[in-house]
Design a binder for this molecule. Sequence first.
Ligand SMILES: *Cc1c(COP(=O)(O)O)cnc(C)c1O
Length: 359
Amino acid sequence: MPKVFFTPGPAQLYPTFEPHVLTAVREQIGSISHRSKQFKAIYQHADEQLRLLLHIPATHAILFTGSATEIWERALQNGSGRESFHLVNGSFSKRFYEFASELGRTAHKVEAPFGSGFNLDDIILPEGVELVCLTHNETSSGVSTTVADIHQLKRRYPDKLFVVDMVSSAPYPDFDFSLVDSAFFSVQKGFGLPAGLGVWIVNERFLHKAESLKAQGTYIGTHHSLPTLWKNYKSFETPATPNVLGIYLLGRVAQDMNQKGITEIRRETENRAERIYKLLEDHPVLKPAVTNPKHRSHTVLVASTTDSAPAIIEGLKAKNIVIGSGYGTYKETQIRIANFPANTEEQVGSLLTALQKSS
Ligand SMILES: *Cc1c(COP(=O)(O)O)cnc(C)c1O
């Protein structure tokens, strides 16, 4: 019997993945030139479907990289010459912050304990900060920052560039891109696709910043600097040979999501998260790890347990249900459950039943 994945990435594949792959094979996508009209149409299709899905305005380009980790580096190189600011509350936001130091930036941070979120009203950004780096959904701890809070922080600091890691929440968050200069994700989480593609949504202001840094002699990257990616994007091309199959599949899955409707996907995500948290609240040995309900993620739900977490995971695995382990040092005491659009209602039902029985 096939396994059902509720892992926070790589994750369950989108239900239409298989027919789309078969079409791609039949159309010999793997052998086409990335300078061909056929490829440009594939890029344009993915661009159009993602724009529709996430309400991305014409001020923003949609660029492709190797991974989201690469975009941490590219965003820092192209959006800050000297100073960046980070909210750190887990392994992913911490790594983003460390990249800034490794790139020689003065990296400011406000840190919250693992499992806690931030009160963004209290955040004061230092004068010299050029780039504000936020992680919408901290995958290691299951803590989210609300979209409204991110918008509000940007309203208070309209002159600073904002970049948002939405890797383990996209397509769920409904950002107003007039308040988000840049956001990014990779496809093996909420889009239910195999890994190997980063998606960088970025606006003209960010591009102008990169151009001015370059003009001052700051190193902004080689094959994937923002100006080279943008220049290629204008004709739906990429600087290097990209993951053509990945881009093709992303366009198709985004189209399927549009057919379902983003409102319905968001509603379903919230409804499922609510049911899982409710189960955890009432459970004999599991409980939500994030105590403040406002900061609980809708897409990566983390539970603490007084029992052995590995034993719970093994128990579910015997029923062909795969969930994530606690992150790093939380392996023994936490489990992580992804709530991504690829899972069917029936699969979620089986998960709830199996979780109910684990104690
Ligand atoms: C998974 C993840 C990343 C890294 O994504 P890659 O595709 O592995 O580069 C970055 N940020 C967050 C929040 C993640 O969950």
